[in-house]
Design a protein around this ligand. Sequence first.
Ligand code: HEC
Ligand code: HEC
Length: 369
Amino acid sequence: MNSRKILSVIFLALVVACALALYRENNQSSATAPAGASAMPIGKRVEIKAPLGLPPVPIPADNPPTAETIALGRRLYYDPALSIDNTVSCATCHSPQAGFADPKPVSEGVGKKTGTRNSPTVFNAAYFQVQFWDGRAPSLEKQAEGPVQNPVEMANTLAAVEQKLSADPSYRDQFAKAFGPGPITYEMVEKSIASFERTVISANSPFDRWKYGHEETAVSDSVKRGFIVFTSKKKANCAACHLVGEKEALFTDNKFHDIGIGVDFGQITDPGLYAVTKKESDRGLFRTPSLRNIALTAPYMHDGSLKDLKQVMDFYIGAGNSNPNLDKEIHTLDFLTGQERADLVAFLNSLTGQIPPDSGPPAQAQAQK
Ligand code: HEC
Ligand code: HEC
């Protein structure tokens, strides 16, 4: 071999080595990919139209809503198959008949077991930056992992749900249409439920038609006066936390406060945000709920301790129960006249919005049962 030949052999060997190295690297990265890989809806993205009074619904980049995922999420939401003994669905505790909440102070899960907190409404939950009274879930998707595994709610496991759904040919078919072929994963379940929940948004209430639609006759004079009491700093100033904007209103600041609920002899009984942050100053703080559809979702507060809006009124007038973390915005409102109190309640009653279409149990699921 002359030196030229030797050189070209070395060159060839190098090329092959490089190619091999590249091939291996690619293979390795694809072998580790599933951990970060995520199920993506394959259908066409649909636009969810926000009703009068609400901003556009926030949508995460990795879960664009499609007709297929929304329909699948709706079916899953109403399906007791998600619970260990097929008795409890999401709708058991977040029922459309009860404003997507629960008329019981604390809900009953499988075997009639009870937790310690009142079921919040699913209406407009899509607008919260974090989910749960203490904000422990960062998204609707993550939230949907909670109830399935909670021993006093559905008492199941995510793997068991995957298995149960995979055994049902009509679900296999529906998941394939929504996410493409392959095994059913809980990630697909939670993404579908979240997309359905993003359609369970409700506004266009008499208040919205008056304030944002400029329909003067949409509400009574009492409601209009109540709105002033609600927003005025010199009156009740409820809007310090239950925010009202110029173009829309979420009635929440998405922040956490201690308003003096769940306090026994000055002691805070539920840790609230403390459970998430472990900061003593967060003990007894809960995320400000929205007040939309409030007339539909009694009883009130994280522990369901106030049975109607009149009790809520009395509670705020008395400035809650004193405790070390009580919010500085909570102070006695005993200067409000009887008329002002009645107007405030009339205002709260004007926040009942339109029920979104296609939010009840799907006909298809009933036919399949
Ligand atoms: C046994 C009753 C029960 C069942 C079943 C249940 N939930 Fe809940 N849900 C609750 C309670 C109670 C809370 C509040 C818990 C907390 O904040 O600690 C809650 C909180 C939520 C929230 C947070 C709302 C907010 O304002 O932060 C959403 C969203 C939600 N549930 C959706 C669902 C979905 C979806 C399912 C079915 C997969 C489901 N729930 C099943 C009782 C239930
Ligand atoms: C400092 C902030 C703050 C102010 C001011 C405030 N709220 Fe609240 N509101 C909250 C928080 C936080 C909760 C949930 C507290 C809990 O459950 O422990 C709440 C709960 C409620 C609830 C129950 C909602 C539900 O779904 O259970 C109603 C109704 C309500 N507030 C109305 C009012 C009215 C009316 C005013 C004015 C008189 C007012 N709020 C002033 C923060 C505030």
